[in-house]
Design a protein around this ligand. Structure first.
Ligand SMILES: Nc1ncnc2c1ncn2[C@@H]1O[C@H](COP(=O)(O)OP(=O)(O)OP(=O)(O)O)[C@@H](O)[C@H]1O
Length: 435
């Protein structure tokens, strides 16, 4: 596996508990990756930690293994909390903690939006050992519950900000402050920040972190030791596509002999685009699911479940799916729309080529996207190559007719169901544009 450093020893050498080494082995995880090798001993020493490493390089175990090791020395009460930006990522991390700690009867609570507040409050009252939460929902509990529910938070030993860079943006400022305000003071807990894109905001915390009497913060960026910011096994290509034929190109690529069996995530910038593409491709007999913020949580969960199980081969998603999701089978990421933030490209493309596997990212480039692509290339320090697998204009023209017809059907159905109206109402309620 490419991302495991050579001669890295094993988890026992890093002082990970024996029971956990066995649990990791049963998941075929035997050799620590570079970020795990660097951070696990430092976290076990009691130091705060900022860990920066590429997508798919094993950051979750880099923070989970030392926390679980320490917890197992005295497995009582609320021990650690992981905050993460999206519900699906929180679910995934909670599942990982549960799987790793099952032999130790671990209790993990998932506190995310879109699920029953009452059930979550009952879970919290049972004093779970670990909480994996999205900031908004945890802040809600903190502001609306008594000590019996959230009092245990004051005794937590660890705070993890996973995808720290995004949690430190304005979107999360208020909720994050509420969450952190309910924890022990910074000097009495260990603070662990992890991300694939270390931003200036994350770096600033490094300087602000010094606390008298506390061991020095450990900061580690694997990226600094590598000139390219994306996995080596990720192939990056671009394709110039006029706006009016984007759907036809997408359909043609997804059904071409090179990709007609590939598991793919198609990233779009807006929920309405996700909905149009899902309906259009479904009409054209592609096994497709979608994931965006305008779907009820149950549908979001079902979609992801179908995609993970390969019942759906293609997932059309907004950036709710760009962070952290670990689906080893994904072979292709299509940037159907290009994001204005180059770091978003890194996270989106990072849904493939994980843990040393091969993967491919294609960017659809319209006239107005050229400067965005240049910014991405500068950020990742790599030039994209031209995508050449599907270029026959006669074939595209042929696809165009049936794709256009399917799209027209989709738009009519959406109008009938007032999809746009629902979206506008929700956006107004949220006071912001949602993804
Ligand atoms: N030491 C290891 N050996 C083999 N596989 C590993 C190892 N550590 C982690 N993995 C696997 O690698 C995959 C990616 O790990 P993980 O999801 O933690 O990546 P990440 O660095 O957090 O990525 P992202 O930045 O996208 O969130 C997971 O399937 C995980 O089980």
């Amino acid at each position: 596996m490419a991302s495991v450093s050579e001669n890295s020893g094993n988890f026992a050498d890093l002082k990970v508990s024996k029971w956990l080494v066995e649990a990791l082995h049963s998941m075929k995880i035997t050799q620590p990756t570079a970020i795990q090798k660097a951070c696990i001993p430092k976290i076990l020493e009691g130091r705060d930690c900022i860990g920066g490493a590429k997508t798919g390089s094993g950051k979750t175990i880099a923070f989970a293994a030392p926390m679980l090791t320490k917890w197992s020395e005295d497995p009582s009460g609320m021990f650690g909390i992981v905050l993460t930006p999206t519900r699906e990522l929180a679910m995934q991390i909670a599942e990982q903690f549960t799987a790793l700690g099952s032999s130790m009867n671990i209790r993990v609570a998932r506190v995310v939006g879109g699920e029953s507040i009452v059930d979550q409050a009952l879970e919290l009252q049972k004093k779970p050992h670990f909480i994996v939460a999205t900031p908004g929902r945890l802040a809600h509990h903190i502001m609306n519950s008594g000590d019996d529910t959230i009092g245990g938070l004051r005794r937590l030993k660890y705070l993890v900000l996973d995808e720290a860079d995004i949690l430190l943006t304005d979107t999360f400022t208020d909720d994050l402050a509420t969450c952190v305000g309910a924890l022990p003071p910074k000097s009495s807990r260990q603070n662990l920040l992890f991300t694939a894109t270390v931003t200036d905001q994350v770096k600033q915390l490094q300087h602000a972190a010094a606390t008298p009497g506390k061991p020095e913060l450990f900061s580690y960026e694997v990226e600094k030791m590598d000139d390219v910011a994306i996995p080596r096994t990720l192939k990056t290509t671009y394709l110039l596509v006029p706006e009016q034929v984007k759907e036809a190109y997408l359909y043609q690529i997804l059904t071409s002999s090179a990709y007609n069996e590939a598991s793919a995530i198609v990233f779009v910038n807006r929920t309405v685009t996700a909905e149009i593409l899902r309906r259009t491709l479904k009409d054209l007999d592609v096994r497709v699911a979608s994931l965006h913020s305008q779907m009820p949580q149950q549908e979001r969960t079902n979609s992801l479940h179908r995609f993970r199980a390969n019942a759906a081969r293609v997932l059309i998603a907004t950036d709710v799916a760009s962070r952290g999701l670990d689906i080893p089978t994904v072979q292709l990421v299509v940037n159907y729309d290009i994001s204005a933030n180059p770091d978003t490209f890194i996270h989106r493309a990072g849904r493939t080529a994980r843990a040393g596997r091969a993967g491919e990212s294609i960017c659809f480039v319209g006239q107005r996207d050229v400067s965005r692509i240049e910014a991405i290339e500068e950020r990742i320090n790599k030039k994209m190559t031209l995508f050449t697998d599907v270029h026959d204009t006669a074939v595209i023209r042929k696809a165009l007719n049936k794709v256009t017809a399917a799209k027209r059907q989709s738009l009519m159905a959406m109008e009938k169901e007032s999809f746009g109206e629902r979206r506008k109402i929700n956006d107004r309620k949220n006071g912001k544009r949602t993804v």
